[in-house]
Design a protein around this ligand. Structure first.
Ligand SMILES: Cc1ncc(COP(=O)(O)O)c(C=O)c1O
Length: 450
């Protein structure tokens, strides 16, 4: 066994900031031994490194302060992982929150977020969604005519003046999975540019709606800077047109989309580079259009919470297909992380209780669900495993729990927040009873009714 000083360290590019190999040769995150966390809280287990999460929030805020000479606000796209503890941390770090449903809004409010810094998105908001948004006084990002017409009526009925932004499809292409691309013209999100003059006309004649600016978002897990450089001029052009219609626009929301490292091959720009690119684009476009700098808003999700999350699984069965591959199965899979089966997403994993063993066997890590596609990692080199070993998958903080399901009636994992050697439960593991909590068995289907 190697001495602690020569222990291989976790991949700094992919693992949370506090990840290290401890003297037992185990993965440690936030000063907590990962196999010990699994013993304490059960498996699978989502682990959140508080330091990594707070650091990402600080990097975004610091970069805007440095690169944008006017007001800025970073809002967390909570679709990436909306949960009380995470919403509370980002709020304490001075971020606002972007929500897309009554459930996300309710969670953000319950977490103590400031409703003035909550922005409500969505391409099909229900009447109840909009009423709730008005009641909490959050800003609404109108996606379509239905939003605007309903809002105009509700605002008049309630005699309120909601702050409303207009989401526009910017017509900007980017290279990412087609399911997470949103800026191209053939997208379900936002107003088509052709509709925008009519929208501005409508807003200029609708006194109950306080139109405050425009929004665009081009997609997710984007590594190129060019699309984000291009968004400034596109948005500023529309912003200036809105002003010409007499609208009192003051905010410009550039969306989110910065990618993160899931594997060694990934090479996204830094948060600072992304922010600088966006800011330079907006500043330059405003200068050319002779428009004073609006408050700039960015709404990152993945790049705030992705890297702080690690999922620990327990290794179970192995199947060797001679001369083809070896499958090792873990006790979770597509129900706690649907990204591989949905987007063919790639991840990096380590055997958390064998950090000082060389990665010498090629395996495919399978989930336990009844789908052949339930593969978490394909053909990866790992330390040799046996049943009971703990597999830690890095980079699972974004769009994992948020997209989790109970497929195969598998209970969703617990989550713990780790920092300075202490762990706190922030999400209770679902129980079997939780799984049937909302089921109803009509009397006619019980033995008594038969
Ligand atoms: C409107 C909007 N804003 C922000 C985001 C966050 O994107 P990301 O997690 O890639 O930063 C999304 C997600 O796709 C989105 O749809």
């Amino acid at each position: 066994m190697s001495s602690p000083s020569s222990l291989p360290s976790p991949n700094q590019k992919i693992a949370p900031l506090t990840a290290k190999t401890n003297a037992q040769g185990h993965l440690e995150i936030g000063g907590c031994d990962v196999p010990a966390l699994v013993t304490q809280y059960g498996s699978p287990l989502y682990i959140i490194d508080e330091v990594t999460l707070r650091e990402a929030c600080r990097q975004y805020r610091g970069a805007f302060l440095q690169h944008y000479p006017a007001e800025s606000l970073v809002i967390f796209a909570s679709k990436a992982w909306n949960m009380l503890a995470i919403d509370a941390i980002v709020h304490h770090e001075g971020l606002g929150i972007d929500v897309v449903s009554a459930g996300e809004l309710y969670t953000a409010i319950r977490a103590g977020a400031d409703s003035q810094n909550i922005y409500f998105h969505g391409n099909n908001k229900s009447l109840q969604d909009l009423e709730m948004a008005l009641d909490y006084g959050v800003t609404i990002v109108a996606d379509n005519w239905q939003d605007l017409n309903t809002l105009a009526q509700l605002a008049e009925d309630k005699e309120v003046h909601p702050r409303v932004m207009i989401r526009i499809t910017p017509g900007i292409e980017c290279h990412t999975h087609e399911y997470i691309r949103t800026g191209h013209l053939d997208s379900k999100f936002g107003f088509d540019p052709q509709d925008v003059p009519a929208v501005f006309e409508f807003l200029s004649k609708t006194p109950f709606i306080k139109a405050i600016g425009i929004h665009a978002h081009i997609g997710s897990q984007i590594f190129e800077l060019t699309p984000h450089q291009d968004i400034g001029p596109v948005l500023v052009e529309w912003f200036a047109k809105g002003l010409a219609f007499g609208l009192e626009f003051s905010e410009l929301n550039v969306g989110g989309g910065l990618g993160i490292c899931y594997t060694e091959q990934d090479d996204p720009p830094s948060i600072d580079d992304w922010v600088q690119t966006v800011c330079d684009g907006v500043v330059e476009a405003c200068r050319e259009a002779r428009v004073s700098l609006p408050k700039i808003i960015a709404e990152p999700g993945r790049s705030l919470v992705g890297s702080c999350g690690v999922t620990a699984y327990t290794v179970g069965a192995t199947k060797v297909v001679p001369e083809v591959r070896t499958y090792i199965s873990v006790d979770g899979g597509m129900s706690d992380n649907p990204r591989p089966i949905t987007y063919q997403a790639h991840y990096t994993a380590v055997v958390a209780n064998k950090m000082n063993h060389p990665d010498q066997v090629m395996v495919t890590v399978a989930g336990k669900h009844c789908e052949s596609g339930d593969i978490l990692l394909k053909d990866v080199a790992l330390a040799p495993t046996e049943p009971g070993d703990i597999l830690a998958v890095y980079g699972t903080g974004a769009y994992n729990y948020a997209m989790a399901s109970n497929y195969n009636r598998i209970a969703r994992p617990a989550a713990v927040l780790v920092k300075n050697g202490a762990s706190q439960l922030v999400l209770q593991r679902e129980s079997l009873e939780d799984l049937v909590r909302n089921d109803r068995l009509p009397l006619s289907l019980t033995h008594a009714g038969v």
